[in-house]
Write a protein that binds this ligand. Sequence first.
Ligand SMILES: Nc1ncnc2c1ncn2[C@@H]1O[C@H](COP(=O)(O)OP(=O)(O)OP(=O)(O)O)[C@@H](O)[C@H]1O
Length: 304
Amino acid sequence: MAAKDQATTSDDAIRVSGMEFSYEAEDPIFFDFNLDLPAGSRCLLVGANGSGKTTLLKILAGKHMVGGKNVVQVLSRSAFHDTQLVCSGDLSYLGGSWSKTVGSAGEVPLQGDFSAEHMIFGGLDLSRLFVFFVVLVEGIDPVRREKLIDLLDINLQWRMHKVSDGQKRRVQICMGLLHPFKVLLLDEVTVDLDVVARMDLLEFFKEECDQRGATIVYATHIFDGLETWATHLAYIQNGELNRSSKMADISEMKTSPNLLSVVESWLRSETKIDKKKKEPVPAWKPTPFDNSPFRSSRHMAYYR
Ligand SMILES: Nc1ncnc2c1ncn2[C@@H]1O[C@H](COP(=O)(O)OP(=O)(O)OP(=O)(O)O)[C@@H](O)[C@H]1O
């Protein structure tokens, strides 16, 4: 699926070929990185802390520019250059911590009078609003909105400055899902949710992919219930795509169908390799013999 030399198909929702990226004045995070995902897939993005998951999701969301115009394509359009991808709501990114203003929550496309720009210019701070106003975005299918409000158990009378982190997160997720996205990028968004909200949300995502052909990439460290949820898995190690395949093709899952143990074993062996690489070369220590006229090569060899 992901190999550079493997032919991509026209129904790929995500296509990354030969991508290189580095943060300003830093060593490259990605070098010649390739990933293809077919429309309708639900791909888990796994990897150790700092391996590059968030960076990759942000690149797919068009938030970071990479060299070359068609290197990162979402729905056959350039993720960075085609701003309509996000503005239309076809591409939605949900991640990071909840922010108080629409300006930052504007990762979610808001339309109509409640547009992100309008709110920023108005200097309006979402944090004191009734949730009712936050989710009442114009041009949204009311049935879909009701479904999401019900699914996420959102009380429209909540005041944003008086709700818990998990409740804020539910509102953020609701806003991000109001528009029927075609590609959804999720960066560990279920972390504040209780188990019922999380499982219901995963089921909703599954329906979106199965019924509408939407594509989801989900970076997470929480694997409960994901064995049967995901269709694909991409494992990033230090900016390299270590594995990328259909879930059904992961050989380790056939012997132990427990995703947590499988990923844990990958990360543990990765840590061992990294530790070996980092093992310091024993430093040469000067000894009393070094300055002695009687020192022998045997002594020197012993101390080095
Ligand atoms: N704004 C930045 N400037 C410079 N380096 C950064 C920046 N953001 C991330 N990095 C570096 O890029 C690498 C990948 O970070 P990234 O956040 O993509 O990892 P991650 O896999 O999402 O990690 P985690 O599982 O901890 O969320 C890390 O080495 C990190 O230090």
